[in-house]
Design a protein around this ligand. Structure first.
Ligand code: F6P
Length: 536
C-alpha cells in the first residue's frame, strides 16, 4: 500500500470514532482544542472547533496532506507549471493579484509585465469613465454598465459588486448571464443607451448565452446611437480577435490568458466592470486581499494554514463520514451570492469521477454546495439542518461590523450566526425537553418530546471577517480557491478543467436546430416528445 493510500485508510478509520462522539465533549477532553482549531489568517478569523474531529484526528488528517504531496503541488501551482494537464495549461490566477513588478511565468513564459500593463489600463479606463474624461457617443458621462457574461465570467464580478457596491453608486452596474431573454431585457430596462457601457466578458467569446445577450445589447445601443453605439462596447476575452470582429473597438478590448480559469478569473480584466463601478483603488485593494491569502497559504505551517484546515474539515466530513452535501451560510446580506460563486468554484473544479491520469477516483470527490444568506435561511432549510435525517456540515460566515445600517440590527444578525452554530452542535436533549413539558399529560409529553428534541452534533466551520472591506473580500475568495485546490490535490484530480459541461452544450446546439425546423435528430422518446411539443 502506498503512503497516500495508508494515510487515507487512517483518516477513514479515525473518522469512524467521530461518528457517534459528541463534538461538544471534545472541549472537555482537549483543553487546547480552541487554541488548536482557531486561527487568525489574513483578514479573517477561522474557528474549526465545532467540526467532528479530535486533536488526534487532525494529526491523521495532516499526515494525509503530507502524503498527498500538497507542498510540491502548491509550488507547481505558483510556479506556473502545468497543473491542468488535460488542457496542457498552468493555472496562474495568483499572478493576477501579485504586487506590481512580480516575476511570474506560465509554462516558463514571463507573464507579470503583461498583467501589470493590463492592470494599469484597467485603472486608466476606470479613472477616465469615473471622472467623465471618457464619455459616450453623444457626449454624456456614463452612468451605467451592463456586464454580460456567464459562469466564471459572471459569478465573481457579481459577488464583488453585491459585496462592495456603494449604497448610492455613481455608476450603476447590472448583470445579464442567462440566455433567457428576460435577463438581458431586465438588465437594459430603463437605462439610457447614451449613458451606458456594455462590457462583454467571455474567455472564449463563443459562449452561446453571452454572445446572444451581447447581440441584443449591441442592437439596443445601435438602435439608439447608430453605428456609433459600438463605441459603448467593451470586451474582456482571451480571444480578442473574435471580440473585435463582433464590433468592439480594438482599444476597448482587455485580454487575459488561457492560464486563467474562468472560475478563477475575477482577479483579471474580468473584474473590469467592478473596477469601473467601484473605482480602481477598490479593485486593487481586493487584489491585495487575495495576495495576502496567497502569502499565508504559501508560508503558514500546515497545521495553522487556513485553506489547508478548511479543506481538511471538508474532507473529514466528505470522505471520513460520507457526507455528500455541504451548506454555506453567510450572515451578511452583501455576501448572499457567495454560495452561488462557490457552487461553480467547488463543483466545477472538483466534481470529477476520474483522476488527472484518467483513472477512476478512489473515493468521493466534491460535495454538492448550497446556501443563501442568514438569517433568511433559518426560515427555509434550517429545519432540515437541525432535525433532518442527513447531517449537512455548514460554513457559517459573519462580519463583525456592519457596512451600513443600525448597529442594533447587526448585533441581532451576529447573535443568530453564533446561536445557530451552537444549536447545531449542542442540540437539546430529550431529557431537557421532557422537563420543559412537565405538567402536561404523559401521553402528550411522549408524543411531543421526540419532535422537540435536537440531537445536535451537526458540524460547522465559522469564518469571521472584521469588516467587509475590498481586502477582506479578496482574502475570503482566495481562501476558498486554495481550499478547493487542496481538496483537488488530496483527491488526485485536475481542479482546473471542466469536461462535464460540454455534452449538454453540444446537444443544445443540435436541439436548437430541430426546434427551429431543422431535420429531426435521433433521441430517446422523452426527448423527442419535448422537441416536438416545443417546435417553433
Ligand atoms: O460553465 C462552463 C464554462 O466553460 C465555465 O467554465 C466558464 O466560466 C463559462 O462557461 C463561461 O465561459 P466563457 O468565459 O468562455 O464565456
Amino acid at each position: 500500500m502506498s503512503d497516500l493510500a495508508a494515510a487515507w485508510t487512517k483518516l477513514e478509520t479515525a473518522a469512524q470514532g467521530a461518528r457517534e462522539r459528541p463534538i461538544a465533549s471534545l472541549f472537555a477532553t482537549e483543553p487546547d482544542r480552541l487554541a488548536r482549531l482557531t486561527l487568525e489568517a489574513p483578514e479573517l478569523f477561522l474557528d474549526l472547533s465545532k467540526q467532528p474531529w479530535s486533536s488526534a484526528d487532525l494529526d491523521v488528517a495532516l499526515d494525509l496532506v503530507r502524503a498527498s504531496g500538497l507542498e510540491a503541488a502548491r509550488a507547481r501551482l505558483f510556479a506556473g507549471e502545468v497543473v491542468n494537464p488535460s488542457e496542457d495549461r498552468a493555472a496562474l490566477h495568483t499572478a493576477l493579484r501579485a504586487a506590481t513588478g512580480a516575476a511570474f511565468a506560465a509554462k516558463g513564459e514571463p507573464v507579470s509585465a503583461e498583467i501589470d500593463a493590463t492592470r494599469a489600463a484597467i485603472a486608466a479606463l476606470a479613472g477616465a469613465v469615473r471622472s467623465g474624461a471618457k464619455r459616450g457617443a453623444t457626449g454624456k458621462a456614463f452612468r451605467a454598465i451592463v456586464h454580460i457574461g456567464i459562469g466564471g465570467s459572471d459569478f465573481g464580478p457579481r459577488l464583488v459588486w453585491e459585496a462592495l457596491r456603494p449604497v448610492a453608486p455613481q455608476i450603476e452596474l447590472r448583470f445579464a448571464a442567462n440566455v433567457d431573454p428576460a435577463d438581458i431585457a431586465q438588465a437594459l430596462a430603463g437605462l439610457d443607451p447614451a449613458e451606458t457601457l456594455v462590457v462583454v466578458v467571455s474567455k472564449t467569446f463563443t459562449t452561446q448565452e453571452t454572445i446572444t445577450n451581447a447581440q441584443a445589447a449591441r442592437g439596443w445601443l445601435r438602435a439608439a446611437l447608430g453605428q456609433a453605439g459600438d463605441a459603448h462596447l467593451l470586451a474582456v476575452s482571451a480571444a480578442p480577435a473574435v471580440a473585435q470582429a463582433f464590433g468592439v473597438p480594438a482599444d476597448q478590448i482587455f485580454g487575459f490568458r488561457d492560464w486563467v480559469g474562468g472560475r478563477y478569473s475575477v482577479w483579471s480584466a474580468v473584474g473590469l466592470s467592478c473596477a469601473i463601478a467601484l473605482g480602481a483603488d477598490v479593485f486593487e485593494a481586493f487584489l491585495a486581499g487575495g495576495l495576502a491569502m496567497d502569502d499565508h497559504f504559501l508560508t503558514a505551517p500546515l497545521d495553522r494554514n487556513a485553506p489547508v484546515l478548511l479543506a481538511l474539515a471538508h474532507v473529514f466530513n466528505r470522505n471520513g463520514l460520507g457526507r455528500p452535501i455541504r451548506a454555506v451560510v453567510p450572515y451578511a446580506q452583501r455576501l448572499r451570492l457567495l454560495p452561488n460563486f462557490l457552487q461553480q468554484l467547488e463543483m466545477e473544479s472538483n466534481g470529477k469521477q476520474t483522476d488527472s491520469h484518467g483513472r477512476p477516483v478512489a473515493r468521493a470527490t466534491a460535495a454538492a454546495v448550497f446556501g443563501d444568506a442568514g438569517t433568511n435561511v433559518q426560515h427555509a432549510f434550517f429545519q432540515l439542518m437541525h432535525q433532518g435525517t442527513d447531517i449537512i456540515p455548514v460554513d457559517i460566515l459573519a462580519v463583525a461590523h456592519e457596512t451600513e445600517g443600525e448597529r442594533a440590527s447587526q448585533a441581532k444578525l451576529l447573535a443568530n450566526a453564533i446561536a445557530q452554530a451552537e444549536a447545531l452542535m449542542v442540540g437539546k436533549s430529550e431529557a431537557v425537553v421532557r422537563a420543559e413539558l412537565a405538567g402536561q399529560p404523559q401521553a402528550r409529553i411522549d408524543e411531543l418530546a421526540p419532535q422537540k428534541t435536537f440531537h445536535g452534533n451537526r458540524p460547522s466551520s465559522f469564518i469571521l471577517l472584521d469588516r467587509l472591506t475590498p481586502r477582506a473580500l479578496g482574502a475570503l475568495i482566495a481562501l476558498y480557491e486554495h481550499k478547493t485546490f487542496v481538496e483537488g490535490v488530496l483527491w488526485g484530480i485536475n481542479s482546473f478543467d471542466q469536461w462535464g459541461v460540454e455534452l449538454g452544450k453540444t446537444l443544445a446546439v443540435a436541439i436548437l436546430s430541430e426546434l427551429e425546423g431543422g431535420a429531426p435528430g435521433v433521441h430517446d422518446p422523452s426527448t423527442t416528445s419535448l422537441v416536438t411539443r416545443l417546435k417553433v
